[in-house]
Design a protein around this ligand. Structure first.
Ligand code: NDP
Length: 297
Protein backbone atom coordinates (compact mmCIF):
# COMPACT_ATOMS: atom_id res chain seq x y z
CA UNK A 1 0.00 0.00 0.00
CA UNK A 2 1.36 3.42 -0.93
CA UNK A 3 -1.67 5.58 -0.03
CA UNK A 4 -1.95 7.48 3.22
CA UNK A 5 -4.73 6.04 5.38
CA UNK A 6 -7.42 8.56 6.32
CA UNK A 7 -8.35 7.32 9.77
CA UNK A 8 -12.05 8.11 10.13
CA UNK A 9 -12.27 6.39 13.49
CA UNK A 10 -9.57 8.60 15.04
CA UNK A 11 -10.91 11.74 13.32
CA UNK A 12 -14.44 10.97 14.54
CA UNK A 13 -13.11 10.73 18.09
CA UNK A 14 -11.63 14.25 17.80
CA UNK A 15 -14.94 15.56 16.39
CA UNK A 16 -16.83 14.02 19.33
CA UNK A 17 -14.32 15.56 21.77
CA UNK A 18 -14.89 18.98 20.21
CA UNK A 19 -18.66 18.47 20.47
CA UNK A 20 -18.31 17.43 24.13
CA UNK A 21 -16.27 20.55 24.92
CA UNK A 22 -18.93 22.78 23.34
CA UNK A 23 -21.72 20.93 25.14
CA UNK A 24 -19.97 21.39 28.50
CA UNK A 25 -19.66 25.13 27.75
CA UNK A 26 -23.34 25.41 26.76
CA UNK A 27 -24.34 23.79 30.03
CA UNK A 28 -22.00 25.88 32.19
CA UNK A 29 -22.49 29.27 30.55
CA UNK A 30 -26.11 29.04 29.41
CA UNK A 31 -27.72 26.19 31.36
CA UNK A 32 -28.63 24.47 28.08
CA UNK A 33 -28.24 20.75 27.36
CA UNK A 34 -28.64 19.75 23.70
CA UNK A 35 -31.14 16.90 23.20
CA UNK A 36 -31.40 14.37 20.38
CA UNK A 37 -34.57 12.32 19.84
CA UNK A 38 -34.25 9.14 17.79
CA UNK A 39 -37.40 7.43 16.56
CA UNK A 40 -37.23 3.76 15.59
CA UNK A 41 -40.25 2.07 14.04
CA UNK A 42 -40.14 -1.73 13.97
CA UNK A 43 -37.39 -4.19 14.81
CA UNK A 44 -34.95 -4.15 11.90
CA UNK A 45 -31.79 -5.61 13.53
CA UNK A 46 -29.32 -3.26 11.77
CA UNK A 47 -31.44 -0.22 12.70
CA UNK A 48 -31.57 -1.37 16.31
CA UNK A 49 -27.76 -1.55 16.42
CA UNK A 50 -27.43 1.95 14.87
CA UNK A 51 -29.97 3.45 17.29
CA UNK A 52 -28.27 1.89 20.32
CA UNK A 53 -24.88 3.15 19.22
CA UNK A 54 -26.23 6.67 18.50
CA UNK A 55 -27.86 6.80 21.96
CA UNK A 56 -24.66 5.72 23.71
CA UNK A 57 -22.46 8.28 21.92
CA UNK A 58 -25.05 11.06 22.44
CA UNK A 59 -24.86 10.53 26.20
CA UNK A 60 -21.05 10.28 26.07
CA UNK A 61 -20.74 13.82 24.67
CA UNK A 62 -23.01 15.11 27.45
CA UNK A 63 -26.23 15.50 25.47
CA UNK A 64 -29.67 14.18 26.40
CA UNK A 65 -30.78 11.17 24.35
CA UNK A 66 -34.48 10.42 23.91
CA UNK A 67 -35.29 7.10 22.28
CA UNK A 68 -38.77 6.37 20.97
CA UNK A 69 -39.35 2.78 19.91
CA UNK A 70 -42.61 2.17 18.09
CA UNK A 71 -44.18 -1.09 16.91
CA UNK A 72 -43.70 -2.11 13.27
CA UNK A 73 -47.45 -1.68 12.63
CA UNK A 74 -47.62 1.86 14.06
CA UNK A 75 -50.16 3.97 12.16
CA UNK A 76 -48.79 6.89 10.17
CA UNK A 77 -51.01 9.30 12.13
CA UNK A 78 -49.47 8.13 15.42
CA UNK A 79 -45.92 8.58 14.09
CA UNK A 80 -46.80 12.06 12.79
CA UNK A 81 -48.32 12.93 16.19
CA UNK A 82 -45.06 11.92 17.92
CA UNK A 83 -43.03 14.05 15.49
CA UNK A 84 -45.34 16.99 16.16
CA UNK A 85 -44.80 16.53 19.90
CA UNK A 86 -41.01 16.44 19.44
CA UNK A 87 -41.13 19.48 17.13
CA UNK A 88 -42.78 21.41 19.97
CA UNK A 89 -40.57 20.10 22.78
CA UNK A 90 -37.95 22.75 23.68
CA UNK A 91 -35.68 20.10 25.25
CA UNK A 92 -35.36 18.38 21.85
CA UNK A 93 -32.99 20.12 19.41
CA UNK A 94 -32.53 17.27 16.94
CA UNK A 95 -34.95 14.67 15.62
CA UNK A 96 -33.85 11.61 13.67
CA UNK A 97 -36.29 9.07 12.27
CA UNK A 98 -34.32 5.91 11.60
CA UNK A 99 -34.72 4.73 7.99
CA UNK A 100 -35.87 2.55 6.35
CA UNK A 101 -39.43 2.76 7.67
CA UNK A 102 -41.87 -0.17 7.34
CA UNK A 103 -43.52 -0.23 3.91
CA UNK A 104 -46.92 1.16 4.97
CA UNK A 105 -45.34 4.45 6.09
CA UNK A 106 -44.63 7.25 3.60
CA UNK A 107 -40.98 8.20 4.24
CA UNK A 108 -41.17 11.54 2.42
CA UNK A 109 -44.27 12.57 4.36
CA UNK A 110 -42.70 11.57 7.68
CA UNK A 111 -39.34 13.27 7.04
CA UNK A 112 -41.02 16.45 5.81
CA UNK A 113 -43.11 16.56 9.01
CA UNK A 114 -39.93 17.18 11.04
CA UNK A 115 -39.24 20.84 11.88
CA UNK A 116 -36.41 21.67 9.39
CA UNK A 117 -34.48 23.39 12.21
CA UNK A 118 -34.46 20.06 14.12
CA UNK A 119 -33.84 17.89 11.03
CA UNK A 120 -30.33 16.73 12.01
CA UNK A 121 -30.28 14.19 9.17
CA UNK A 122 -30.68 17.04 6.67
CA UNK A 123 -33.26 15.11 4.63
CA UNK A 124 -36.17 17.60 4.88
CA UNK A 125 -37.02 19.13 1.52
CA UNK A 126 -36.29 22.64 2.91
CA UNK A 127 -32.79 21.61 3.95
CA UNK A 128 -32.20 19.92 0.59
CA UNK A 129 -33.24 23.15 -1.16
CA UNK A 130 -31.14 25.34 1.13
CA UNK A 131 -28.06 23.18 0.54
CA UNK A 132 -28.69 23.16 -3.22
CA UNK A 133 -28.84 26.95 -3.28
CA UNK A 134 -25.78 27.38 -1.06
CA UNK A 135 -27.68 28.64 1.97
CA UNK A 136 -27.31 27.74 5.64
CA UNK A 137 -29.00 24.39 6.24
CA UNK A 138 -28.78 21.15 8.16
CA UNK A 139 -26.40 18.98 6.11
CA UNK A 140 -26.76 15.16 5.81
CA UNK A 141 -24.33 13.48 8.19
CA UNK A 142 -22.52 11.05 5.86
CA UNK A 143 -21.51 13.61 3.20
CA UNK A 144 -20.69 16.12 5.95
CA UNK A 145 -18.31 13.55 7.47
CA UNK A 146 -16.70 12.96 4.06
CA UNK A 147 -16.30 16.71 3.53
CA UNK A 148 -14.65 17.15 6.94
CA UNK A 149 -12.12 14.41 6.17
CA UNK A 150 -11.39 15.90 2.73
CA UNK A 151 -10.89 19.39 4.16
CA UNK A 152 -8.65 18.02 6.90
CA UNK A 153 -6.55 16.15 4.32
CA UNK A 154 -6.39 18.75 1.54
CA UNK A 155 -7.01 22.09 3.23
CA UNK A 156 -8.63 23.85 0.28
CA UNK A 157 -10.60 21.72 -2.21
CA UNK A 158 -10.88 24.60 -4.69
CA UNK A 159 -10.33 23.62 -8.33
CA UNK A 160 -10.01 19.89 -7.69
CA UNK A 161 -11.80 17.43 -10.00
CA UNK A 162 -14.29 15.39 -7.98
CA UNK A 163 -16.25 12.38 -9.16
CA UNK A 164 -19.07 11.09 -6.94
CA UNK A 165 -20.24 7.60 -7.89
CA UNK A 166 -23.88 7.29 -6.75
CA UNK A 167 -26.75 9.75 -6.96
CA UNK A 168 -28.86 8.92 -3.90
CA UNK A 169 -30.60 11.67 -1.97
CA UNK A 170 -28.84 10.73 1.26
CA UNK A 171 -25.23 10.49 0.01
CA UNK A 172 -24.44 11.11 -3.68
CA UNK A 173 -26.43 14.28 -4.38
CA UNK A 174 -25.67 16.14 -1.12
CA UNK A 175 -21.99 15.09 -1.42
CA UNK A 176 -21.84 16.59 -4.90
CA UNK A 177 -23.49 19.80 -3.66
CA UNK A 178 -21.02 20.14 -0.81
CA UNK A 179 -18.02 19.59 -3.09
CA UNK A 180 -19.42 22.14 -5.54
CA UNK A 181 -19.80 24.62 -2.69
CA UNK A 182 -16.12 24.09 -1.88
CA UNK A 183 -15.36 24.94 -5.53
CA UNK A 184 -14.55 21.48 -6.85
CA UNK A 185 -15.41 20.63 -10.44
CA UNK A 186 -17.96 17.91 -9.81
CA UNK A 187 -19.26 15.00 -11.88
CA UNK A 188 -21.90 12.59 -10.59
CA UNK A 189 -21.72 9.06 -11.99
CA UNK A 190 -24.43 6.39 -11.69
CA UNK A 191 -25.55 3.07 -13.12
CA UNK A 192 -26.10 4.50 -16.62
CA UNK A 193 -22.78 6.37 -16.85
CA UNK A 194 -20.72 5.37 -19.90
CA UNK A 195 -17.08 4.36 -19.46
CA UNK A 196 -17.23 5.02 -15.75
CA UNK A 197 -13.69 3.75 -15.17
CA UNK A 198 -12.18 6.41 -17.48
CA UNK A 199 -14.33 9.08 -15.85
CA UNK A 200 -13.19 8.07 -12.38
CA UNK A 201 -9.55 8.12 -13.52
CA UNK A 202 -9.96 11.89 -14.06
CA UNK A 203 -10.79 12.45 -10.39
CA UNK A 204 -8.52 14.10 -7.85
CA UNK A 205 -11.25 13.20 -5.34
CA UNK A 206 -13.20 9.98 -5.90
CA UNK A 207 -16.19 9.29 -3.66
CA UNK A 208 -17.81 5.85 -3.97
CA UNK A 209 -21.39 5.59 -2.65
CA UNK A 210 -22.82 2.72 -4.64
CA UNK A 211 -23.67 -0.23 -2.41
CA UNK A 212 -21.71 -2.72 -4.56
CA UNK A 213 -18.90 -4.56 -2.76
CA UNK A 214 -15.40 -3.65 -3.98
CA UNK A 215 -16.65 -2.35 -7.34
CA UNK A 216 -14.06 0.44 -7.65
CA UNK A 217 -10.69 -1.16 -8.30
CA UNK A 218 -7.21 0.34 -8.54
CA UNK A 219 -7.44 0.80 -12.33
CA UNK A 220 -10.33 3.27 -11.78
CA UNK A 221 -8.10 5.47 -9.61
CA UNK A 222 -5.87 8.33 -10.80
CA UNK A 223 -2.41 8.02 -9.27
CA UNK A 224 -2.27 10.18 -6.14
CA UNK A 225 -6.06 10.70 -5.91
CA UNK A 226 -7.98 10.80 -2.64
CA UNK A 227 -10.51 7.98 -2.40
CA UNK A 228 -13.46 8.19 0.00
CA UNK A 229 -15.29 4.88 0.38
CA UNK A 230 -18.83 5.34 1.70
CA UNK A 231 -19.96 1.78 1.04
CA UNK A 232 -20.81 -0.67 3.80
CA UNK A 233 -21.34 -4.16 2.44
CA UNK A 234 -21.29 -7.49 4.24
CA UNK A 235 -19.73 -10.31 2.21
CA UNK A 236 -19.08 -14.00 2.85
CA UNK A 237 -15.51 -14.94 3.77
CA UNK A 238 -14.02 -17.97 1.90
CA UNK A 239 -13.27 -19.61 5.25
CA UNK A 240 -16.85 -19.04 6.47
CA UNK A 241 -18.50 -16.16 8.32
CA UNK A 242 -18.81 -12.62 6.97
CA UNK A 243 -16.85 -9.37 6.87
CA UNK A 244 -17.52 -5.74 6.03
CA UNK A 245 -16.11 -4.25 2.85
CA UNK A 246 -16.61 -0.95 1.07
CA UNK A 247 -17.54 -0.09 -2.50
CA UNK A 248 -13.81 0.20 -3.19
CA UNK A 249 -11.41 -2.71 -3.55
CA UNK A 250 -9.11 -1.42 -0.84
CA UNK A 251 -5.86 -3.22 -1.66
CA UNK A 252 -5.74 -2.40 -5.38
CA UNK A 253 -6.98 1.18 -4.87
CA UNK A 254 -4.54 1.85 -2.01
CA UNK A 255 -1.65 0.85 -4.29
CA UNK A 256 -2.49 3.77 -6.62
CA UNK A 257 -4.27 6.42 -4.51
CA UNK A 258 -2.58 9.20 -2.56
CA UNK A 259 -4.98 8.77 0.35
CA UNK A 260 -7.88 6.45 1.12
CA UNK A 261 -10.49 5.75 3.80
CA UNK A 262 -10.79 2.18 5.09
CA UNK A 263 -13.97 0.17 5.69
CA UNK A 264 -14.67 -0.25 8.51
CA UNK A 265 -13.12 2.73 10.32
CA UNK A 266 -13.56 5.42 7.66
CA UNK A 267 -16.80 7.16 6.77
CA UNK A 268 -18.98 5.13 9.18
CA UNK A 269 -17.70 6.59 12.48
CA UNK A 270 -17.68 10.09 10.96
CA UNK A 271 -21.40 9.78 10.15
CA UNK A 272 -22.38 9.37 13.82
CA UNK A 273 -19.91 12.08 14.93
CA UNK A 274 -21.57 14.45 12.43
CA UNK A 275 -25.01 13.59 13.78
CA UNK A 276 -23.81 14.83 17.17
CA UNK A 277 -22.21 17.88 15.56
CA UNK A 278 -25.51 18.65 13.77
CA UNK A 279 -27.46 18.35 17.03
CA UNK A 280 -25.07 20.82 18.64
CA UNK A 281 -25.43 23.16 15.65
CA UNK A 282 -29.25 22.92 15.82
CA UNK A 283 -29.17 23.67 19.55
CA UNK A 284 -26.84 26.67 19.07
CA UNK A 285 -29.06 28.08 16.30
CA UNK A 286 -32.25 27.52 18.36
CA UNK A 287 -30.71 29.58 21.17
CA UNK A 288 -29.24 32.31 18.94
CA UNK A 289 -25.73 31.35 19.99
CA UNK A 290 -22.68 31.23 17.69
CA UNK A 291 -22.31 27.98 15.79
CA UNK A 292 -19.42 25.69 16.78
CA UNK A 293 -16.48 26.33 14.47
CA UNK A 294 -15.24 23.49 12.23
CA UNK A 295 -18.27 21.31 12.91
CA UNK A 296 -20.56 22.55 10.13
CA UNK A 297 -20.30 22.71 6.36
P1 NDP B 1 -28.49 3.81 -3.04
O1 NDP B 1 -28.79 2.40 -3.35
O2 NDP B 1 -29.60 4.71 -2.64
O3 NDP B 1 -27.75 4.48 -4.29
C1 NDP B 1 -26.74 3.78 -4.97
C2 NDP B 1 -26.28 4.59 -6.14
O4 NDP B 1 -25.25 3.86 -6.80
C3 NDP B 1 -27.36 4.85 -7.19
O5 NDP B 1 -27.34 6.19 -7.60
C4 NDP B 1 -27.01 3.91 -8.32
O6 NDP B 1 -27.28 4.43 -9.62
C5 NDP B 1 -25.51 3.82 -8.18
N1 NDP B 1 -25.06 2.54 -8.75
C6 NDP B 1 -25.53 1.30 -8.52
N2 NDP B 1 -24.85 0.39 -9.25
C7 NDP B 1 -23.95 1.08 -9.98
C8 NDP B 1 -22.98 0.72 -10.93
N3 NDP B 1 -22.78 -0.57 -11.28
N4 NDP B 1 -22.22 1.68 -11.48
C9 NDP B 1 -22.40 2.97 -11.12
N5 NDP B 1 -23.31 3.39 -10.23
C10 NDP B 1 -24.08 2.44 -9.67
O7 NDP B 1 -27.34 3.75 -1.93
P2 NDP B 1 -26.91 4.85 -0.81
O8 NDP B 1 -26.45 6.08 -1.45
O9 NDP B 1 -27.94 4.89 0.23
O10 NDP B 1 -25.67 4.06 -0.17
C11 NDP B 1 -24.52 3.76 -0.93
C12 NDP B 1 -23.57 2.95 -0.08
O11 NDP B 1 -23.18 3.71 1.04
C13 NDP B 1 -24.17 1.66 0.51
O12 NDP B 1 -23.14 0.69 0.58
C14 NDP B 1 -24.59 2.05 1.90
O13 NDP B 1 -24.59 0.97 2.80
C15 NDP B 1 -23.49 3.02 2.25
N6 NDP B 1 -23.84 4.02 3.26
C16 NDP B 1 -22.95 4.22 4.24
C17 NDP B 1 -23.17 5.16 5.21
C18 NDP B 1 -22.13 5.37 6.25
O14 NDP B 1 -22.43 5.90 7.30
N7 NDP B 1 -20.88 5.02 5.99
C19 NDP B 1 -24.40 5.94 5.24
C20 NDP B 1 -25.26 5.73 4.10
C21 NDP B 1 -24.97 4.77 3.15
P3 NDP B 1 -28.77 4.64 -10.19
O15 NDP B 1 -29.28 5.86 -9.48
O16 NDP B 1 -28.56 4.85 -11.64
O17 NDP B 1 -29.54 3.42 -9.84
Amino acid sequence: MTAQLIDGKAFAATVREKVATHVARLKEEHGITPGLAVVLVGEDPASQVYVRSKGKLTVEVGMNSYEHKLDADTAEADLLALIDKLNNDPAVHGILVQLPLPGHLNEDLVINAIDPAKDVDGFHISNVGLLGTGQKSMVPCTPLGCLMMLREHHGSLSGLNAVVVGRSNIVGKPMANLLLRDSCTVTIAHSRTKDIEALCRQADILVAAVGRPQMVTGDWVKPGATVIDVGINRIEKPEGGTRLVGDVDFDSAAAVAGAITPVPGGVGPMTIACLLANTLTACSRANDLPEPEGLTA
